[in-house]
Every structure is written in C-alpha cells, then in structure tokens.
Design a protein around this ligand. Structure first.
Ligand code: DCP
Ligand code: MG
Length: 408
C-alpha cells in the first residue's frame, strides 16, 4: 500500500484571533478570552477628535469563577492557558485584556474556514470548532500520475504545495492563520500540526518519526490523557520514544490488551483510521417540553399553536440545511414519562410547513390523548436534496387540508 497523505489543520489561538479582527488595537498585547457580557468593551466617542474609543477590561479587574477559553500567544508567554481560572490568570497577567466569549461569531468563522478548505480538498473530517482532518492523498496530483507511482519525495513536495494553498485559502476567507501537519496518518498529523505553531506547516514521513516524534512527551499522543501520562511516568516512560521501545507484552500487562497494544502502535506512528467525511443527517427534529403538562382537551388551543410552531421550525431547519424529506413523525411524551411515536411516509418529499403540519396531524390522530402531555416533537427523515427531486415532484399542502385533533 502506498502511504496516504493526511493533514491536520488547527487554527491558531482561535477565539482570541477572531476577537483581534474586531479589536485590532489589541494586537501584540496579552489578551484572554473568557469573560461574560459585563466585560464587553465600552465604546465612546472622543469629544475632541470624534473618533470611536473603546474601553477594555483589565484582567486584574476580574472577580468570579470563570475560566479562560483561550489566550493570545503574548498572554501564554506569561503562563496563561485554556481552562485556567481567570483569577489565577489575573495573578500571572494582571495587565492582560479580558474579552467575553462570543461563540456565535467563532462558529461563523469555523464554518467559513472549513468551507474554504473544502473548495481545495473535499475529504474533510470535522474534529472540533477549530480543527479538521483532510485527506490529501489524491489532491493536486498532476494529470496521469497516480499516488501509486509518485516517489516519496514528490509526494512530500505535493503535500507541502497543497497545504500551503489551503493555508492561503483559509487566510483569504477569514484573515486568520492556521497550522497544518501532513503525515501518513491522523495520529501523526495531529501531533505534527502543533510542532511549528503558530502559522506552521510541517510535513513528516514515517522515516521522520524517530527524530521528530519520539523526543516528545507521551501525552502528546491524542488519547493519552493526564492520568495515563502520570501512570506512564511512574513506570519510567516519559517520551513517545520510551513508549515505542517498551515491550508491547509488558504494556498489555499494565494497561490491558486493547489499550496497551494501541499505545505501542501509536508510539511507533502507526494508525490506519480513515478520514470520515460528514455524513448526511438521517433525521431532523424539533421538540419541546412544556412548562406544565398539557391536556389535549383543556389546552387544545395552546397545544395546537405549539404543534404548528414546531412544524414551522422544522420546515425552517429543512430549508436552511437544504433538505426535503418524506417520512414525517410525531413524538408524544406523557405525564407518566411514557413515549409514543407515530410516523407516516408521503409519496413526494417536502420542506413545506403546512404539509408537515398536515401529515404530523394525521399521526396525532393515531396516538391516545387521554393522559396529559409533557413533550411534543416532530421529526422528518428520508431526507434528500431538493435539487435531486424535480420541483413538480415536491409535495406542498393542498389549500384545504383536514384539521387535526388539536384544531377546532
Ligand atoms: N477552547 C476552550 N476551552 C479549552 C480549550 C479550547 O473553550 N479548554 C476553545 C478556545 C480555543 C478553541 O477552543 O480558541 C480551539 O482550541 P485549541 O486547543 O486549538 O486552542 P487555540 O486555537 O486557542 O490555540 P492553538 O494556537 O494552540 O491551537
Ligand atoms: Mg487551535
């Protein structure tokens, strides 16, 4: 088998770097992300110049039990790191600036950088908000060359070229930098992407493992956590190299057969997991638990309104995500916590709120409604892309659809 080319890409100081895009005046300063909305910078206008002036919170002003989500490299140089309590961080870096965490914006940037990568290399596995694995085995091969006949040197050269193009595309799409490691597998790439951070690019082959990977501490293996690392240390194993040279039978005695064997393989840089690209969703659903249990008889109007709203939200989800579906289902949880579900498949797929409401209403007729209801949910499966279905084949509700049980 020829070697694969697997990349791991990880954004540099991700949340902090996104914040610096909107507060460029903080560039070069220690900045810690992790405050709440009360740490939102205050904007005022300078009465003389008319320029906007922002007032930021100093970390030393922080009191509370919050933790840092991340910090700029300048703040890290002072000892601050992710998951550190902000009060402790304030002792190390009192003059650092504190900013609130804004997940919505980070998610937007996350989507943006991932889309930019997919333009170049479609085989992407999402492994976190700021990291992905990318299978580059067949990306950027010159015409009529197969990865099978490429020399190792040419493959490394191509890996570097493609990774550089990906870094440029991420920067163009987000103005952010990332670090990439390219190696024959996910395990090594995850380690390699960190070797030259920030703005790093590291290409390693199996032959580089002894020189570049073995000197690193064992905890750099993704899957060796602090507890295992401490146990290894107590057994005299500090580096990945120590682990690679250990007797596998002894590791199995100490850590059990699957974990012991896995650690030995990992330390030797072997890992055959493939890059798993995002699979299509199987179902999309919306449900709600009521503040108090509702009666199908006495709370009919309220139930009916909630039911319609759920169907509208579900239709909105479908339209936003770009799906239509054929099997519409209903879920009811009663006050005694028992659940019943019903579903019905329609001939033509839909993303139409009224049609979903009609079919879900038919399902509702098939569930007992004597007990009070605690939760109501609607879901849709049998999903496909509307562009794969002729528009005449999409189902929309007839104008006069039969009212369901919740309606008068
Ligand atoms: N994060 C978090 N809590 C943690 C670790 C991370 O909320 N304990 C968030 C903030 C990070 C983001 O996840 O910005 C990505 O995590 P990374 O470990 O990749 O850290 P950074 O991207 O911040 O820095 P690096 O340049 O080391 O990758
Ligand atoms: Mg990162």
């Amino acid at each position: 088998m020829t070697d694969r080319l697997i990349a791991h890409l990880d954004m540099d100081a991700f949340y902090a770097s996104v914040e610096l895009l909107r507060y460029p005046e903080l560039r070069g300063a220690p900045v810690v992300i992790g405050g709440g909305s009360r740490h939102q910078p205050e904007e005022t206008v300078d009465p003389v110049t008319g320029a906007a002036v922002r007032r930021f919170t100093r970390l030393s002003e922080y009191t509370g039990r919050g933790v840092a989500t991340t910090a700029t490299y300048e703040a890290r140089a002072l000892g601050v790191h992710s998951a550190m309590g902000l009060m402790k961080a304030a002792r190390l870096a009192p003059d650092a600036w504190l900013l609130p965490t804004d997940f919505d914006t980070y998610r937007q940037y996350s989507r943006r950088f991932k889309a930019a990568v997919r333009e170049i290399a479609p085989q992407v596995e999402e492994s976190g908000i700021d990291e992905i694995y990318i299978d580059l085995t067949d990306v950027g091969l010159p015409p009529a060359v197969s990865a099978r006949i490429e020399t190792p040197a040419a493959a490394s050269e191509r890996a570097r070229r493609v990774a550089r193009a990906i870094k440029d595309a991420v920067r163009a799409a987000t103005r952010l930098s990332c670090s990439i490691g390219v190696t024959p597998n996910k395990l090594l790439s995850k380690i390699a992407s960190e070797l030259d951070k920030p703005d790093g690019l590291t290409v390693l082959t199996a032959a580089d493992v002894p020189a570049r990977i073995w000197p690193l501490p064992a905890r750099k293996i993704n899957g060796v956590g602090p507890k295992t690392a401490a146990r290894l240390e107590a057994l005299g194993i500090a580096t990945i190299g120590d682990l690679a040279r250990a007797d596998p039978a002894w590791l199995i005695d100490e850590f059990g057969s699957s974990r012991g064997a896995w650690m030995h393989e990992a330390a030797n840089g072997r890992d055959d997991r493939s890059v798993v690209t995002a699979s299509e969703p199987v179902t999309i659903s919306r449900e709600t638990t009521f503040e108090r249990d509702l009666s199908a008889q006495r709370d009919r109007a309220e139930l009916s309104a909630i039911f319609t709203e759920l169907c509208e939200e579900l239709a909105g989800d479908l339209q936003r995500k770009g799906y239509v579906g054929r099997t519409i289902g209903l879920k009811v949880r009663y006050s005694n916590f028992k659940i019943v579900t019903r579903d019905r498949t329609i001939p033509k797929p839909t993303h139409d709120a009224i049609e979903i409401r009609r079919v879900a209403g038919e399902c509702l007729k098939r569930v007992p409604l004597e007990l009070r209801i605690r939760l109501l949910g609607v879901r849709i499966s049998g999903l496909c892309r509307p562009e794969d279905v002729a528009s005449s084949a999409l189902s929309v509700a007839e104008p006069r659809s039969e009212p369901s049980l919740f309606d008068e």
